[in-house]
Design a protein around this ligand. Structure first.
Ligand code: FE2
Length: 259
């Protein structure tokens, strides 16, 4: 089973590059399943029902989220219809039960989950370690072959610590949120690991945000409105292969396509 995991899709330029590359990448890499982080897809913060539907139509199988899950309030009215959306179990707002999905593909049955880090995301998240332990307890009767975790967190150490603590249960721990792809992909303790998958969004930007607007806001402390950068986009993702006999990860490979 080959999974393509796509890093945070940021704004329109991120959506557009995914639209333009997804079909050919699926063909080139013979992908069985696509998971993408969509928490920044609606103008950098959140997702809308319309964007969700377009992602599914274009060939994304499951969409994970993060600290901006509820930034576009309208999704609360549609969550029951968004059955391929997986939101963080430990977000402080718990207005849905789309916390995990059992995914079956090529004889493998895994549990897709989304967990927020705590460090520098403090106000949005409950303790990630306690929360994932609750997920394990709640899902143990579903008997997944492994857990695939989109670990949406800011710091590198917290992500590695999560892997070290939970590797007996996980088959993949893939980081998101920083929008900068790290080069540490590896199979560690029989688990596919990458600190951060990176982003799909405007290359000349501050992690997807307009550079001048960010300077005005952060350095000059002007009251600006959050602006997504426009221009050519980078595509970031990662391919993970699982052996269908052993149901364990055997290969991990980053994809980074710069403009
Ligand atoms: Fe985030």
């Amino acid at each position: 089973m080959r999974i393509l995991f796509i890093g945070d899709i940021v704004g329109k330029s991120g959506r557009d590059i995914v639209s333009s590359l997804l079909y050919s990448l699926k063909k080139q890499y013979q992908v069985d399943l696509v998971i993408a982080n969509g928490e920044n897809s609606a103008h950098g913060k959140g997702i809308t029902h319309k964007i969700y539907r377009k992602f599914i139509e274009e060939g994304i199988d499951y969409i994970t989220m993060g600290n901006h899950t509820y930034s576009k309030g309208e999704i609360v009215d549609h969550l029951s219809e968004m059955d391929r959306l997986v939101v963080p179990y430990n977000h402080v707002k718990r207005t849905t039960d789309n916390f995990y999905k059992i995914v079956e593909c090529k004889g493998i049955r895994f549990c897709l989950t989304n967990i927020l880090g705590k460090v520098l995301i403090g106000e949005a998240s409950l303790d990630p370690f306690e929360s994932f332990q609750v997920v394990l307890n709640e899902t143990k009767d579903l008997h997944p072959d492994f857990y695939f975790v989109d670990l949406h967190a800011e710091t590198t150490a917290e992500k590695r610590l999560f892997l070290e603590y939970f590797h007996h249960y996980t088959g993949a721990v893939i980081g998101t949120h920083t929008h900068v792809q790290t080069a540490d992909e590896a199979i560690i303790h029989d688990c596919a690991f990458l600190t951060d998958a990176g982003m799909c969004g405007t290359y000349d930007s501050i992690i997807g945000r307009d550079i001048n607007e960010t300077i005005e806001c952060v350095i000059h402390q002007e009251c600006t409105s959050y602006t997504i950068a426009q221009g050519a986009a980078i595509f970031c993702g990662v391919i993970i292969d699982f052996d269908e006999e052993t149901k364990r990860p055997v290969h991990i490979e980053r994809i980074q396509i710069r403009p």
